[in-house]
Write a protein that binds this ligand. Structure first.
Ligand SMILES: Nc1ncnc2c1ncn2[C@@H]1O[C@H](COP(=O)(O)OP(=O)(O)OP(=O)(O)O)[C@@H](O)[C@H]1O
Length: 246
């Protein structure tokens, strides 16, 4: 298997506060990799470091065998941040077109990709409305569509389904699986344990450290319990053990 995202001994401090401590991660192409952990555990900081928006205080990050940060890599990464970065004065379609042009898609591909991405997140009927009139969930959906607009091989999604209703959440997950089957690498952060179940590999983050990792099944077998929720609670109490289990 080819590793498309590799983190080696990544640490990050803000002033005297260490928020990530010696993180090692390998994500293969065609894999859904889930980062799960409580609020404030360091998931977003980790994701920003992978995208190149933040620098680690120590350690190395490579995406597609290229050292991060690298401007050229942005073309290969679809990033959905936790806070929506949208232009409120523009319509949904204009937002999509703006990002498509940043990625230098030609007119024909722009049209196709906008139609695909808007349809995926069920925003087609709302494309001509200004984003300032969108609900919170619609903004999240537009952000997801933007992350997908240039058909990148790597998708990094920071809590993509927060504020999205269960039916659409289901269809988004179907699409995430389809993308994975097409060889894309998907790294996702989530608080939702039934979403964690859908990942091929998980890393549980707590207080800036990976306290446990492996497939959902590995994690459950290791702790001899049936639900990831319980694994999470149990693993949290054993922070200092070496919990590499696969
Ligand atoms: N720019 C910053 N300066 C100082 N501290 C920061 C900064 N960014 C993040 N932190 C701190 O780093 C820690 C990890 O934050 P982070 O946002 O990565 O957590 P998270 O796991 O993504 O949380 P959530 O699930 O709520 O999004 C927190 O204690 C946060 O306050």
């Amino acid at each position: 298997m080819t590793s498309t995202i590799v983190l080696e001994q990544v640490s990050k401090s803000f002033g005297k506060k260490t928020v990530l401590n010696n993180i090692n991660i390998n994500v293969d192409a065609g894999q859904i990799f889930g980062l799960i952990g409580p609020s404030g555990s360091g998931k977003t900081t980790l994701v920003k470091i992978i995208v190149g928006m933040d620098h680690p205080s120590a350690g190395q990050v490579q995406v597609l065998h290229t050292q991060v940060p690298n401007l050229g890599l942005l073309q290969s990464i679809g990033y959905m941040a936790q806070a929506d970065a949208l232009y409120n004065d523009l319509t949904g379609k204009e937002n999509l077109a703006f990002f498509a042009s940043l990625y230098k898609l030609n007119k024909e591909s722009q049209k196709k990709r906008i139609a695909y991405a808007a349809d995926l997140v069920e925003l087609t009927p709302h494309l001509t409305k200004k984003v300032q009139n969108y609900s919170g969930g619609m903004k999240r959906r537009l952000s997801l569509a933007i992350a997908l607009i240039h058909d990148p091989p790597i998708l990094i999604l920071d809590e993509p389904t927060v504020g999205i209703d269960p039916e659409l959440r289901k269809s988004i997950w179907e699409e995430i699986n389809r993308l994975k089957n097409n060889g894309k690498t998907i790294l996702i952060t989530t608080h939702v344990m039934d979403e964690a179940e859908k990942c091929d590999q998980l890393a549980m983050v707590r207080d800036g450290e990976i306290i446990s990792n492996g497939s959902p099944k590995d994690l459950k077998n290791h702790y001899n319990i049936n639900s990831l929720e319980e694994v999470f609670l149990k693993a949290g109490g054993k922070k200092h053990e070496n919990n590499r289990i696969s």
